[in-house]
Design a protein around this ligand. Sequence first.
Ligand code: SAM
Length: 350
Amino acid sequence: MPGLSHNERTLVILDRFDRPLRSLRVSVTDRCNLRCQYCMPEPDYAWLPRQSILDFEEIAVLVDAFASLGVDRVRLTGGEPLLRRDLTELVAQLAARPAVRDLALTTNGVLLASQAHGLRAAGLHRITVSLDTLDRERFQQIARFDELPAVLRGIDVAAAAGFASLKIDTVVIRHRNDDELSALLDFGKRYGAEVRFIEYMDVGGATKWSRDAVVSRREMLARLSEIYGSIEPVGGRDSAPAERFRLPDGTTFGIIASTTEPFCAACDRSRLTADGLWLLCLYARGGLDLRHPLREGATREELAHLISTVWSMRADRGAEERLGAPAREVLIPVAALKRNAHLEMHTRGG
Ligand code: SAM
């Protein structure tokens, strides 16, 4: 039996603010087949060297080390994860681990139509598709590729593939797609997919970010209330980034308000880049390199020890610190991003 059984998982590691280490986002590639203006707006990028990209065995060993410390939710991401060759093999390996109780994937959906059934058959539980607009021309302006029809096909196929849940994530940007909130909710309803509206974040890579372009949670709720009437909160947010709401007709949706109302106190999430850098916060300037110890032969226990030592010292509250910054502008200048690809959102996996 690969991985750890439930009984082997004994530890809960808490950081300096008593936050447990529970969910891990694993980026499987830094490459992407879109160039969304809020994530990859530049004309060219520095990529991670190919030889540094972890293979599936290496990813599985690291996931086991995290699982031995209480991580039971794993989300595959990228770059665009569906660009990674034979991804279903990794999904099958991770899905076979009882300790991984929730295995999800975030995709832009471009390649989903041909892969959705294979991913489900390999054991993927949940899927989230990023979709910012239903208008083809706008899609092309935002993502800089004419791929809306492919994404819509992907959602159609995924909705029929039998995932435990299908979600749609929308980054809401003023004057770009903020007039489409209700159209996206209607679209999601048709597919039984909960929509989550994400505030535009000033993360590394968002070099066109401006405060004015952010549509806050408060503004989104006000606009939706004008259309639908009273909107009620749905309880039980726990550590999930989205706060959930219900429209009068029963439709539920989420808002991820990382920019204006961050939720660092409840954050149990960390990120592993495709080359094995472990980041404790989306806003962190650096992380712990796990690839070198792994390739030098560290055992799962040794890796777990390293991880737990670092997590127990964690004290970052990156999004809250950004909120408190006196002048909030682009976080990292282009020149610094070019020198260090690890600072980019598309390397970090979102
Ligand atoms: N390619 C996949 C996708 O599109 O879902 C996975 C990687 S992508 C970096 C993960 C998520 O990050 C997407 O939902 C994307 O919309 C979000 N994202 C990227 N830049 C963002 C920003 N500046 N503000 C808010 N969300 C952002």
